[in-house]
Design a protein around this ligand. Structure first.
Ligand code: NAI
Length: 484
């Protein structure tokens, strides 16, 4: 029997489930299809489990390194039961996925578990354990996400060569791991593995870690911390292949035209992700894709086919959960007849390395590329912030970049404690077209990490209180503060 819906969402990640809930809130008869677990990659094998492991790694590291400074008498060896850690991590994911199930049920969204495939542009078939179901919907929202890229010489088997999914599921301590790719995933996982005592070597083909995706000042802080935590980083190093030996895996890399080998127990392959646009019958119904395989969408996330929308990783960069959720709400509202378009000025991004990096808006190079030649840049170090000192987390800084003439804030980059939680103020500032003065003149509570944002804005204006800035020429000559 064919079931009819106003809206059918394909994929239940942070794009899909949010779209389904919003569509149901707006009175649409809504269905959602998922082939694995509700919540998608993010909740089950991505954002959430990685944050659980990162939290545990941070906790362990602080017990080993910081607790005694605070006066705790710690045992010589703090043991960790990796199987119990895995069980806890799974319970975190279980709670989140269960929460999505509850929300969908509470909003009367019908859930179909199974593999979805378009029969034609109007009909979807779902192959589940109890047979095939046909769905006909007036509107489809494709939110089927992305998957890891593989490279020649490293077929992921989740035994020797791990994807992020395999790495997050490890229930034993690994002695040596070679991480291929010094991007978001490789560094997040590599960082916590190092804290659990694994010797980590990062092999990155580009000239820098997080190349082009994070502010270079922030990357420098993280690179120093990686070194301190015993992580070896090889830049300009291309991974070529591996073979097994009795001592472990022999990984061949090429640096400066010369081959070298590294010994490892596991390889973690994190060289990017690609959209799942070759699945779900998307090509057969004639959806237009771009040259990188993303589904082409307009600012309302409409595809070239009427009644078919695409959101999240499959609809283009940045491949971030919160961008997907934003699009999910937007598309549901468009379907309900509201006048919505995607017009976000910034998609904030967080990299959960140590210390965390978070950003909103442009990097310096991007400001210049957008015609802002003359910039005012203010930096304020966490070492000069009382809350950070009391937390023993003083590495890093807040960096604010503004147009020198208008003082409009163009980019904010944070590397340091709770950067992930601090960045929302930056995103709001950029969305609202804030000037440096808006941030500097907003009273920030003391003692908090948030004061660094205010002081970075003051630093850009030349008068931060808790760092000594070079006297400005104007002030030096007549003793007054320059007008802004
Ligand atoms: P990525 O694109 O961030 O980094 C991949 C790196 O691998 C690049 O630096 C590239 O130069 C390098 N590489 C490629 N081939 C290589 C080779 N043969 N040898 C050595 N290095 C090589 O990709 P990643 O880390 O897999 O992440 C994928 C996406 O997932 C990110 O772009 C991000 O959108 C998303 N993500 C977001 C997170 C967050 O919001 N906190 C966390 C994790 C992932």
């Amino acid at each position: 029997m064919t079931e009819k819906y106003d809206v059918c969402v394909v994929g239940s990640g942070p794009g899909g489930y949010v779209a389904a809930i919003r569509a149901a809130q707006l009175g649409k008869r809504t269905a959602i299809v998922e082939r694995e677990a509700l919540g998608g990659v993010c909740l089950n094998v991505g954002c959430i489990p990685s944050k659980a492991m990162i939290t545990a790694g941070h906790f362990y590291h602080r017990m080993q390194h910081d607790a005694s400074t605070m006066g705790f008498e710690m045992p010589a060896e703090i043991r960790i039961d990796m199987q119990k850690l895995q069980a806890w991590k799974q319970s975190v994911c279980g709670k989140m996925s269960g929460g999505v199930a509850q929300l969908l049920k509470g909003n009367t969204v019908t859930v179909f578990m199974g593999e979805a495939s378009f029969h034609n542009a109007k009909t979807l078939q779902v192959k589940g354990t109890s047979g095939t179901q046909t769905i006909e919907a007036a509107n489809y929202i494709i939110a089927t996400g992305s998957r890891p890229i593989e490279i020649a010489g490293f077929a992921v088997d989740e035994k020797d060569v791990l994807s992020s999914t395999g790495a997050l599921a490890l229930d034993e301590k690994i002695k040596r791991v070679v991480v291929i790719g010094g991007g978001y995933i490789g560094l997040e996982i590599g960082s916590y593995m190092a804290k659990f005592g694994t010797h980590v070597t990062v092999v990155e083909a580009g000239p820098a870690l997080l190349n082009g995706v994070a502010d270079p000042d922030c990357v420098q802080v993280v690179a120093r911390r990686l070194k301190k935590n015993g992580v070896d980083v090889l830049l300009g190093a291309k991974a070529k292949g591996y073979k097994k030996s009795k001592d472990g895996l022999i990984v061949t890399i090429e640096v400066g035209g010369k081959e070298q080998t590294l010994l490892a127990d596991k390889v973690l392959l994190t060289v990017g992700r690609k959209p799942n646009s070759d699945q779900t019958g998307l090509k057969s119904i004639g959806l237009t894709l771009d040259e990188k395989g993303f589904v082409k969408v307009n600012p309302q996330r409409k595809t070239n086919l009427p009644g078919i929308y695409a959101i999240g990783d499959i609809a283009g960069q940045p491949m971030l959960a919160h961008k997907a959720s934003h699009e999910g709400v937007l598309v549901a509202e468009v379907i309900a007849g509201q006048n919505r378009v995607y017009d976000a000025k910034t998609v904030p991004a967080v990299i959960f390395v140590d210390p965390e990096i978070a950003s909103a808006g442009w990097m310096e190079s991007e400001c210049r590329a957008h015609g802002h030649e003359d910039l005012k840049i203010g930096k304020f170090p966490f070492a000069a912030n009382g809350r950070a000192v009391s937390m023993m987390e003083t590495d890093g800084m807040v960096k604010i970049i503004a147009d020198a003439k208008t003082h409009v804030v163009l980019g904010i980059h944070i590397c340091g404690p709770e950067a992930s939680n601090l960045i929302s103020e930056a995103a709001l500032a950029i969305e609202m077209g804030a000037r440096l003065e808006d941030i500097a003149l907003t009273i920030h509570p003391h003692p908090t990490l948030g004061e660094t944002m205010m002081e970075a804005a003051e630093a850009a204006l030349g008068h931060a209180i808790h760092i000594i800035q070079k006297p400005l020429t104007e002030r030096a000559s007549n003793g007054t503060r320059p007008s802004v």
